[in-house]
Design a protein around this ligand. Sequence first.
Ligand code: ASP
Length: 450
Amino acid sequence: MKVVKFGGSSVSNAEQITKVIDIVTADADRRIVVVSAPGKRHGGDTKVTDLLIALANTVLEGADHEVALQGVVSRYAEIQQDLNLPESVVSTIEADLRGRIETRGENHLQFMDTMKASGEDNNAKVVAEAFCKKGHPAKYVNPGEVGMLLSDEFGNAEVLPESFEKLSVLKGESDIVIFPGFFGHTRSGEVATFPRGGSDITGAILAAAVKAEVYENFTDVDSVYAMDPRIVPNAPAIDLMTYREMRELAYAGFGVFHDEAIVPAVHAEIPICIKNTNRPEAPGTMIVPERKYEQTEVAGISSADGFCAIYIDKYMMNREVGFGRRLLQILEEEGISYEHTPSGIDNMSVILQSAELRADKEVGVVARIAAELTPDNINVEHGLALLMVVGEGMNYAVGMAAKATQALGDAGVNIEMINQGASEISMMFAVKDIDRKKAVHALGSAFFQA
Ligand code: ASP
């Protein structure tokens, strides 16, 4: 059995929903279908989730919310008309929204979640109706009723462990299951949502719960690319990569996919396939626990701006027991998470996301390090970008770092720092922000001739 998830752009209008029906019914193993709320129909459009957030805010401000409500209803009305579904579909959605507004409680965050969740909830009902209309028995399933239990961190909820066992009953459904993404219920029965983009999480949970043969995640690109196609337009597609490669790539801004979203599928070792709703015949990208690889083979190169580094020098640092622990403890006590800690005999540096070390925090952290660790020198450098060169085969290959540094050197990019991950399937290079694109091009032509 396959669990299939369709993102907002794949269910944004009648034409897209028709493609969804064709894709699902083309493969009898596609039994569980997770849908997002209708997304953007074109460049300047607004996602239904964003319309719902605006509507909820209008209600909370006590302002007249009729126009905002009709804005949401009209998105479904357009789909209903174009798919020739009964008009009652739309009146039911309107009544549902009014009901959510009228029965709201005191907790604003909970109300916001109830409104956001309606986007996928109502869309799943519409999509189920559309399947049936075309003669394919399909059934809307309510997440709360079937046991998608979440923590009560509204807007940022996490799945509770008992959900998996409960959700496994979906294996026994004879109709195609249409399951709304993005939300579940708390133990006390309130609606709670995952973070934005959370329908991916729903799909991964269901795939793990029913032990799916594969979790297919349909979006609007053919595959994951070895480099950001906005920087390198002819970047090659990645056909196959491991979870570890995906994680190392995703960590430094690798578009398409939110790696945290698929954790449940990764834990259950369910292969994940990224595919395009608009070109389902394209093979897509498979992400698997293990793969065969060539030595020297690079899976991809990712890059992201917005990093900074704290450099600390102290003569005889290597003899000072506990230096690293005390440094990291200062960061811990200040609530700062870090990315890398390259170090040398007398120096240690910590690479962080700039957002973790805002100007006001920086002064305090530097002062604490100076006072508590008495280094010879401490210096914070901003405006760094990280590049990750990732591939399982790199573990065994000789000369990969030389090839990368040569390429960067030839392109005139100064390397601020190098770190070979302990996993040895990645090399990290820190460069100045302004050199990022040049660096990606240089590494791209060295490893992919792109
Ligand atoms: N509709 C929600 C959002 O826009 C969840 C999702 O599409 O995955 O964030």
